[in-house]
Design a protein. Structure first.
Length: 531
């Protein structure tokens, strides 16, 4: 360390990584430190070809964290929190590994939670192994298929049931076996066609000039990371400053729209696709979907459909901070509260389709190498009434033979949380595009029904009926694990009405949430058995 570094207590990114790792007694990578710098958590100091951070800044940031996170959470939520189930040591790329990030989905649990309970390799389960390779596991609320993916990784057969046809398609694409040369060939054809398709020939010119002017404006008024640091230190009134600058750049944006004659809004506003997409992107969506419909190989067709769905989700005309919960269409430039600068709506979906196509193939190939030759079945149906064995027999006779011999060993699922998510509405863009029938009225505990007394009673009835129906197909001495947010204490009643008993429960802290509300929050994994 140089004299200047010592005097100012400056550390390189590598030195900061080593210091933080020692301080926290856990691995802190150089990319973790770079993240703190990029997002203004600590100030960046330039030094020749290197970037430095101040040791006092690091101490200030990490002192609020070291050893206190677990203590603070338990202080607020209770000492019965199972901190091992926080998976606090994992990075985002671990919790979104391979196909688990194939398509966004609200309300899914992380794969390590499934793995912890079904794999039986942790210390807590050395004497309590509930499932083993070759068993059949059921998820009657399978969502985007996390349980099924993990079952395949651990050598188990699996069945997923979901009322949403689109959810089942996401899961199906994750689990299918592909001829990757054929799939990549179809992707190449579509990308080539997209490249030669221009819905509006002036869009490219317009966007090039817009990006140049926006970059100059952001460099001048929102220098990164200094601006973010000043906000962190409350040296700037962000709301007042941002509103003023947003208004200033909007005039530049409108002048460019007039210069190039760009048409933003679609002629109609009847459907989701009409309302939430800029005119140019809507035309690209329709063009791409027409190509996908012509693909003969059903596996490739489904995979391309999911790539397109993931693409158009990211291309909705909304601000970056409102992507998960749409408010109003955003067709102008705006101050972005997430990125702390002026951002713009998207005018073409091509770069996103290209990015997601590459990412999807990579994730599918990665998961293919982990697969163990087991059976699975994904069924779009109501778990309250479905005859599971009949439906599996229609789809996979080999799997049906397995079920006749051994039945289903148990369930690992996360039922919908009462009054929190409208599961069909979160993918409204996909239902609109693909023309799938929606079954909103069959959802259990949807957001639109609220969390009142009637909604809770309906929820208890719905979940109980699912468990009663599924129990018919379970083996003797089955194990059922339900991941739930039970703030209304509904699950003791559900267990009773299902003819089951709660034999154990594990309360876990839910870290790294995407919502703006970061208040300490926990969920319970209920372990149920036959009463």
């Amino acid at each position: 360390m140089t004299d200047i570094q010592q005097a100012k207590q400056l550390l390189t990114i590598r030195e900061a990584s080593q210091w933080a790792s020692n301080f926290l007694e856990r691995d802190v990578s150089e990319s973790n430190i770079s993240y703190l710098v990029q997002y203004g958590k600590v100030r960046k100091h330039n030094g020749g070809n290197s970037i430095f951070v101040d040791l006092d800044d690091l101490k200030g940031y990490y002192s609020s964290y070291r050893g206190q996170r677990e203590i603070n959470w338990k202080k607020r939520l209770g000492n019965d929190l199972n901190w091992a189930l926080s998976f606090d040591n994992l990075r985002e790329k671990d919790t979104t590994k391979h196909v688990h990030r194939l398509h966004p989905y609200k309300g899914k649990f992380i794969p390590q939670l499934v793995e912890y309970f079904i794999d039986g390799h942790t210390d807590d389960f050395k004497t309590n192994i509930y499932f083993k390779p070759g068993d059949v596991i059921l998820d009657p609320f399978s969502g985007s298929g996390t349980t099924l993916v993990q079952a395949i990784e651990t050598g188990m057969h699996s069945i997923g049931i979901d009322i949403s046809r689109f959810n089942c398609m996401i899961t199906d694409v994750k689990l299918l076996d592909y001829d990757f040369a054929s799939l990549e060939g179809e992707i190449k054809k579509i990308k080539h066609a997209q490249k030669n398709y221009e819905a509006d020939g002036k869009i490219i010119e317009f966007e090039i000039e817009l990006l140049e002017k926006m970059s100059n404006f952001n460099t001048k008024y929102f220098p990164n990371p200094d601006f973010k640091y000043e906000i962190q230190q409350r040296q700037i009134d962000e709301n007042k400053y941002a509103t003023e600058k947003e208004r200033g750049f909007l005039q530049i944006y409108n002048d460019l729209l007039n210069k190039y004659g760009i048409k933003l809004k679609q002629p109609e506003n009847k459907t989701f696709l009409d309302k939430w997409y800029i005119n140019d992107i809507r035309k690209e969506i329709d063009f791409t979907f027409e190509m996908i419909k012509k693909i003969k190989d059903i596996k490739n067709k489904k995979a391309l459909a999911v790539i397109l769905s993931r693409t158009i989700r990211s291309c909705r005309a909304t601000t970056h901070s409102d992507l998960a919960t749409l408010k109003e269409p955003q067709v102008t430039t705006y101050y972005c509260w997430k990125h702390k600068k002026i951002c713009k709506p998207l005018f073409s979906m091509k770069p996103w389709f290209d990015r997601y196509a590459i990412d999807t193939v990579y994730r599918l190939k990665t998961f293919t190498r982990l697969k163990i030759g087991t059976c699975h079945s994904i069924i779009p149906a109501d778990s309250r009434t479905i005859n599971i064995f009949v439906e599996v027999k229609k789809r996979n006779k080999r799997f049906y033979e397995v079920l006749q011999k051994q039945k289903i060993q148990g369930i690992f699922t996360s039922p919908p949380y009462v009054g929190q998510i409208d599961y069909h509405e979160q993918h409204a863009y996909a239902y609109d595009l693909f023309g799938f029938e929606r079954n909103d009225e069959l959802e259990i505990g949807p957001l639109y029904k609220g969390q009142g007394v009637a909604a809770r009673a309906s929820y208890i009835d719905g979940i109980s009926k699912v468990l009663l129906n599924c129990k018919k197909f379970l083996a003797d001495n089955f194990d059922v694990f339900l991941v739930a947010n039970d703030k209304y204490n509904l699950y003791p009643t559900i267990a009773e009405q299902s003819g089951m008993k709660i034999v154990n429960q594990f309360r876990r802290p839910v870290l790294n949430r995407t919502e703006r509300d970061k208040s300490p929050y926990s969920e319970i994994i209920f372990h149920l058995k036959e009463k």
